[in-house]
Design a protein around this ligand. Sequence first.
Ligand code: NAD
Length: 471
Amino acid sequence: MTLDLYVDGRWTASASAERIDVVDPTSEERIGSVPAGAADDVDTAVAAARRAFGQWSQTAPSTRAEFVSRLADELERRQDEITDIVVAEVGTPRRVARWAQVGLGIVDLREAVTAAKDFPWEEPLRNSLIVREPVGVIGCITPWNYPLHQITAKIGAALVTGCTVVVKASEVAPFTARALAEAVDAVGIPAGVFNLVHGYGPIVGEAIAVHPDIDMVSFTGSNSVGKRVLELAAGTVKRVSVELGGKSAAVLLDDLSDEEFATAVPHTVRACYMNGGQSCNAQTRLVVPRSRLAEAEELAAKAVAAYAPGDPTDGDTKLGPMVTAAQRERVLDYIRAGVEAGAKLVAGSVDAPARTGFFVEPTVFSEVDPDSTIAQEEIFGPVLSIIAYDTPEQAVEIANGTIFGIAGAVWSGDPERAKSVARRLRATQIEVNGGKFNGAAPFGGFKQSGHGREGGAFGLEEFVEIKSLQL
Ligand code: NAD
């Protein structure tokens, strides 16, 4: 009997004997398994989280933040080892995985700790005292693409606000979550505050969504599953935050110098291909003035040369495999759809490289119709679509012309003009002239990219109920 679940401060066995194999996408070999958990596992974990909530919710925010801070320290201590786990189960190139996978998870926790210090737990309003209290027991359902960060972005904020959590990690990449649970255990977070269950979405995920003793679900994943979770959660009128897909655009305005243009294009290629294009905020559409289309194609093709698919454990590799065979097929289908729709293939191939591993060639399409499938749907692979525009107004329309709104970028020779266009984009995180990522800034979706925000104080706000004492 394997003790794979972390419930009530102990490693415990699942109620289900069925197992799910975990496969290394580079070698295509099985690297282990986790239980295909049962609804009973969720019941046990929720009961533990409910019991722990009583004490944890009454613990001082500074003490809760101290535990989360120690958890960040412990992850930092184990950063190399956890990086290896992510590389093995997701296939992220090691040089990227260390900071973008594990480093980001640590940043999430540290930002939650910082935000807790200045958070308005209580504040006067005329004759009222406004009090922010934890929502309760949170069900966290997370995807495989950033298997640590997707969990820490939720639990850092949830734990400092006094909530307790039941985490269902992705069955595709569950070992990073196990390492996180080991770290929780090592730093002595009280029993029941953090619980980890494994299993398939339709069983374990749905048991979380409908559970009467879970107060809120924080979901990150695909749009189809997000909608299902929203429907199921409606039965108990739970609060739900959903972080879903994206189709982000980088808009290059018509006033860029040659040098600026030559910076913006490879920057966008990088922002598209990060983690093999398997990022919800990937900049998958490059929107350029029609007069500069040929220049954009040439620069993109040149940038792509650095992304030869390779072994993610090799320090030089920038593009690893897709996470699963199914994901590779999905991406190849989209590349075929692009060719069939008449888009110009500037780089890449409709065929997978002839080698072991779930690889696809880094792909760039040009002359892409902004309404075509490859320009509208989330591909979740290294596929960039270059789209031409005739007027800046049209550029904004194209950028806003999908159901998604998670991220984007604007480049202009005039920073004020860039900001004014950035304000018009219906998406949450917009890079202006290559502006750097900020872990304290809000992350989340406009439109069908979801609702709710993660990051810093914005993340904490998701997990509090606001009430007032009339004095
Ligand atoms: P997914 O929707 O298939 O799975 C996400 C999680 O939901 C997994 O843990 C899965 O087991 C669970 N699940 C599956 N079916 C379920 C059901 N019926 N009920 C409850 N839970 C269920 O997504 P994925 O393939 O793991 O991740 C890729 C998707 O996640 C992409 O669409 C991507 O854009 C999105 N994503 C969004 C963000 C964001 O912040 N907006 C971040 C990362 C990934």
